[in-house]
Design a binder for this molecule. Structure first.
Ligand SMILES: C[C@H](O)[C@H](O)[C@H]1CNC2=NC(N)=NC(=O)C2=N1
Length: 96
């Protein structure tokens, strides 16, 4: 069982995450990504899937053609945990 982040911990973590937005209703952070075409978007999703499986932590996401929206929360904690921050950082690294 992993701990939900405090408001302060969440705000500090979000300052270091470009493009990720916190939604208080869902208790999740989300970021939208745009690619050249579906093939590029799906290649990215494949890499995210491998990173997620490695982390044992998985995204809620959607894909429409060249857009991918990823939402991260820790269902077990009922909100945001350090696992979401770590996965968001790993996802951002895939784009660097
Ligand atoms: C049993 C397993 O470790 C858990 O169900 C994991 C798997 N992946 C998960 N992913 C996310 N995003 N939240 C979770 O609470 C979660 N729990």
């Amino acid at each position: 069982m992993v701990e939900k982040l405090s408001d302060g911990q969440r705000e500090t973590a979000l300052r270091g995450l470009d493009g990720w937005v916190y939604d208080a209703t869902s208790g999740a952070i989300a970021r939208a990504f745009k690619f050249k075409d579906f093939s590029e978007a799906f290649a990215f999703m494949t890499r995210v899937a491998l990173a997620a499986e490695k982390a044992g932590h998985h995204p809620d996401w959607s894909n429409t053609y060249n857009s991918v929206t990823i939402s991260l929360s820790t269902h077990d904690a009922g909100g945001l945990s350090a696992r979401d921050i770590a996965l968001a950082q790993a996802i951002d690294k895939l784009l660097a």
